[in-house]
Design a protein around this ligand. Structure first.
Ligand SMILES: Cc1ncc(C[n+]2csc(CCOP(=O)(O)OP(=O)(O)O)c2C)c(N)n1
Ligand code: SF4
Length: 349
């Protein structure tokens, strides 16, 4: 008699490695790690099919703490290496972990190209608006006036918005969450994973050592209802404890405004309904900043398009994609080759 043992149901603990975690106690990175370890068992991807690829930074230590494959690579280059991994083995489920310094400073170029190519990667950008690992220098997302060892008089730069950068680069999936919002983070990870193509998730992450409380004005429990809007496709853009404030297009303009439902003849029907397939609305939502507006969290944009690796495989033809491995040595010696001889004379090989 054949007896089949049902596969063991994995839990969050199965995705935790035996490595000692070296983040500062209380760092926001712990919450993101936990949320992902709790989400992965639901996704049903075997551990040997998962790869976490990171650059350099506190957040980039992430792969050590996952009981999966992982690659702690070089500063800013995780998207490029992850692209190679995905192209070499399309069966793998590839996640990129990066910080605002790693992804938007030294790695901005690599991030841009991964996003525009739409490789099937899940990119998580931990935004703490500072370089944590190197002891608190200002990053491209630091707000004007940020005092740091590299900006002792306060930063005078215009900061970059990670979500707007991703949208501008042509990302097909852009979401946002906060390190302390476990269920919301888990939902964003599920959505990112379900999306084929590059999924970009910006996570507001507190670095309590070098930039503590930088997001408190919209993440603290006392202000969150008024200072955050959780967007959901097909639902009106409402916020506030009583869900009585909403966003609508300011009449006669292409700008959003906050309205109070029940006041001045405004009804729920006047409030904009979130359409996550609209790049224009996504850009508007990503641009909202307190105190005039709430910070938009959730899936700002999801509009699937063809994946890079699929297009590449189709171009190479089924034979090349599924057939025997190509011989690199033979490829290098194929076609026009020549030998440089003594004295610089060139002879055909
Ligand atoms: C080529 C190179 N340049 C600079 C550094 C120094 N360095 C290491 S991590 C880092 C920035 C990390 O900041 P971020 O990506 O925001 O990550 P966090 O530590 O805040 O998680 C820098 C500048 C390096 N390791 N390699
Ligand atoms: S320095 Fe900041 S980002 Fe790095 S581990 Fe400590 S709290 Fe976290």
């Amino acid at each position: 008699m054949n007896v089949t043992t049902p596969p063991k149901k994995l839990t969050d603990k199965d995705f935790a490695s035996d490595q000692e975690i070296r983040w500062c106690p209380g760092c926001g990175d712990y919450g993101v790690l936990k949320a992902l370890q709790r989400t992965l068992p639901e996704l049903g991807v075997p551990r040997e099919k998962l790869v976490f690829v990171s650059g350099i930074g506190c957040s980039s230590r992430f792969p050590y703490y996952m009981a999966t494959y992982g690659f702690h690579t070089i500063h800013g280059r995780a998207p490029a290496i992850a692209t190679g991994i995905k192209l070499a083995n399309r069966d793998l489920d590839v996640w990129v972990i990066s910080g605002d310094g790693d992804g938007l400073s030294i790695g901005g170029n690599h991030l841009l190209h991964a996003l525009r190519r739409n490789v099937d990667l899940n990119i998580l950008l931990f935004n703490n608006e500072i370089y944590g690992l190197t002891k608190g220098q200002a990053s491209p997302t630091s707000r004007p006036g940020t005092r740091s060892p590299s900006t002792p008089g306060g930063s005078v730069d215009y900061p970059i918005s990670a979500a707007r950068f991703a949208l501008g680069a042509g990302a097909h999936f852009v979401a946002r969450s906060v390190d302390t919002l476990q269920p919301h983070l888990m939902e964003m990870f599920r959505r990112a994973h379900a999306h084929r193509g590059t999924s970009f998730v910006e996570i507001f992450q507190n670095c309590l050592v070098y930039n503590d409380g930088v997001f408190a004005h919209f993440t603290d429990r006392e202000v969150a209802d008024d200072a955050q809007i959780r967007v959901k496709h097909g639902e009106p853009l409402l916020f506030g404890a009583a869900q009585d404030r909403g966003l609508r297009l300011k009449p006669g303009s292409l700008e959003l405004e906050v309205v109070k439902v029940g006041e001045g003849g405004v009804g729920v029907g006047d409030v904009l309904v979130h359409d996550e397939t609209s790049p224009v609305l996504a850009m508007m939502l990503a641009s909202l900043t307190p105190p005039a507006f709430p910070v938009a969290l959730g899936v700002l944009y999801c509009n699937p398009g063809a994946c890079y690796e699929d297009a590449l495989a189709a171009q190479a033809g089924p034979k090349a994609a599924d057939g025997p491995k190509a011989n690199l040595n033979a490829l290098l010696r194929r076609g026009a080759t020549w030998t440089v001889q003594e004295g610089g004379r060139i002879a055909d090989a």
